[in-house]
Write a protein that binds this ligand. Structure first.
Ligand code: DON
Length: 573
């Protein structure tokens, strides 16, 4: 090769390397904003952008939520989904309409109480957490369809689905977190799929890199069916058949009939009060609303803020309330369509005060004095929450999940979407903890068509009839205590939305009898004092991933996206 040719070739190589490198410098991400009219806070900048654009195009918060839910299913496969489920809590701007939509997954018709037990009656590890048998009948598409039918302002379903199709078809650049997630779960994907899975490279030795384009052609085709046929594009015809075929190949139980029979349910939201604020949250099959109101009710008579944020007194009080509330959760809570959940009794203020009557301000009550169990709780987990307020003040809080990260790790062959592993939220056997260490019994036992108990707590707070706050988070059983803390951070500790969202957190849940402190949540002296009171203190890397919105005194909106996750992004105008 002549020298000038050689140099030219080198130059060409250098230029194309530059070109490849220049492609991705990351997304613009705000963790806190103030806006005049509207805010969208989600776990991914592309999803927030999709929601914001819908609002700017004249859509309301529900329109934005539908577009966000579907976009997240593409750009945030770790938790965003069409193969999972979730809950919507909604309040119209004028406060005349409050609603709760349950689009939680359902156990398939063939499900049985002991489906995860061996012949000796022991839980078979992994059976409810990965692969085909772990999946419940997905509810998210029906959720989107129902909320669109009831509340859409745009009344243009296709417009709302299209951004997700474009993201799936043309692809999008994956962030470092997503690349890490996909790489981390590679073996699981390989193990739990019957066909080549879009999340594993053709050359399986290859890893994902930050900024690489992820194209999901099969998912785009499924989304097109949803765009063109509405909910039937998912629950009937080709998509439902692909789910049924996937189940047959992989030994799962969801049939095309299960898909056709799926229905989301409008439920009466849980309404509660705390220090003159009104709260709207999720009723069963979530434990979130009841547990949150019990926690707030137990601490309300105590002026804990005077001792200081994360003082031993503050943490002790909250932990003691949590111990009692999670014991109630394990005993009484499940899908109220199948089990009589004593909702009114549990939320009754007299009951709540009586339940907390043996609180000792100086000493931890051993959880064994309340009841017993075990906790595994160190598994990787994922769910996602988004909060939206539009220019009319309509507010949407949605928490949605595949349960664990990437759900069952099983993609429906030919349809390109991940299935949930929500069946693990049932109590596989009384007293045996699930992924989040939660235990349960009859109330949350598996039955055909039943919905597993959830902790998801999408919540809206109002004051004097006006919107005040929208809040929610993923985090399994830590969801309830995270929402509890964000609300009290604002109301009792007078924090703004950003400080309340970003502040360190702690968690306890009766069993195991441990108090989890987020790294940096307290100083050494506080930890020692808590230990001296009898708390078993455990350091925890991160609790929750809150997306929240506050209406400030000056009428402007403050939105926050959690700093614990790199990609969470809040946008507004
Ligand atoms: O519904 C529930 O309570 C759980 N499936 C939520 C899982 C979750 O939040 C995992 N996220 N980090």
């Amino acid at each position: 090769m002549r020298l000038n040719h050689y140099l030219f070739a080198l130059l060409f190589l250098a230029l194309s390397a530059c070109k490849q490198k220049e492609t991705f410098t990351g997304y613009h991400i705000d963790k806190s904003i103030i806006a005049d009219s509207a805010i969208v806070s989600t776990a991914h900048p592309l999803a927030s952008e999709v929601g914001l654009q819908v609002l700017k195009d004249g859509g309301n918060a529900i329109d934005a939520a539908v577009a966000v839910q579907l976009a997240l299913a593409v750009v945030y496969p770790v938790a965003g989904n069409i193969g999972g489920g979730g809950f919507l809590v909604y309040r119209s701007g004028d406060g005349q309409d409050v609603a709760a939509l349950d689009f939680r997954e359902k156990a398939p018709a063939k499900a049985q109480r002991d489906m995860y037990l061996d012949a000796e009656g022991n839980v078979i590890e992994g059976k409810s957490t990965a692969g085909h048998l772990a999946a419940g009948v997905p509810g998210s598409v029906e959720g989107c369809w129902q909320m669109f039918q009831k509340y859409s302002q745009l009344k243009d379903w296709k417009r709302l689905v299209q951004p997700a199709i474009d993201l799936a078809e043309k692809g999008f650049r994956i962030t470092a977190s997503e690349a890490n997630g996909l790489n981390e779960y590679k073996r699981g994907f390989i193990k739990n799929n019957t066909q080549a899975c879009v999340f594993v490279k053709k050359d399986t030795a290859q890893l994902w890199k930050t900024g690489e384009l992820l194209i999901q052609t099969e998912l785009a085709e499924t989304l097109k069916r949803i765009r063109d046929q509405g909910r039937d594009g998912f629950y009937r015809g080709k998509t439902a058949d692909l789910v049924a075929a996937e189940m047959q190949r992989g030994g799962g139980w969801i049939t095309a009939e299960d898909m056709a029979d799926y229905h989301a349910v409008w439920r009466k939201p849980m309404l509660g009060k705390y220090r003159g604020y009104d709260l709207i949250s999720m009723p069963p099959p979530s434990s979130g609303g009841i547990a949150l109101f019990q926690l707030l009710g137990m601490v309300e008579p105590h002026s804990f803020a005077k001792n200081g944020f994360h003082s031993p007194e503050h943490i002790h009080l909250f932990t003691e309330a949590e111990r009692r509330v999670y014991a109630d959760r394990a005993k009484h809570l499940g899908d109220a369509d199948f089990y009589t959940v004593p909702v009114a009794n549990l939320a009754d203020s007299q009951y709540i005060q009586q339940r907390f009557a043996n609180f000792d301000p100086n000493k931890a009550t051993p959880s064994s004095a309340i009841e017993g169990g075990e906790f595994t709780g160190k598994e990787s987990k994922q769910t996602t929450h988004y909060s939206i307020v539009d220019a009319e003040g309509n507010a949407v809080a949605i928490t949605t999940t595949l349960n664990a990260g990437y759900g069952a790790l099983t993609v429906v062959g030919g349809a390109g979407f991940l299935l949930n592993n929500e069946m693990d939220d049932f109590s596989a056997k009384p007293g045996v903890p699930n992924l989040y260490g939660a235990i349960g019994g009859d109330a949350n036992a598996i039955l055909p068509g039943k919905r597993p108990l959830s902790s998801m707590t999408p919540t809206i707070v109002t004051k004097d009839g006006k919107l005040f706050m929208v809040v929610g988070t993923p985090g399994g059983t830590t969801i309830i205590t995270s929402v509890f803390q964000v609300i009290t951070n604002v109301i009792d500790f007078d924090m703004d939305m950003t400080a309340a969202t970003h502040a360190k957190r702690f968690h306890s849940q009766w069993l195991p009898d441990e108090l989890y402190l987020e790294k940096g949540a307290t100083n050494e002296a506080t930890r020692k004092k808590l230990q001296a009171m009898g708390h078993k203190v455990v350091e925890w890397p991160g609790i929750g991933q809150v997306e929240s919105i506050l209406v400030r005194k000056d009428g402007k909106l403050e939105g926050a996206a959690d700093i614990r996750a790199k990609d969470d992004a809040v946008m507004g105008y």
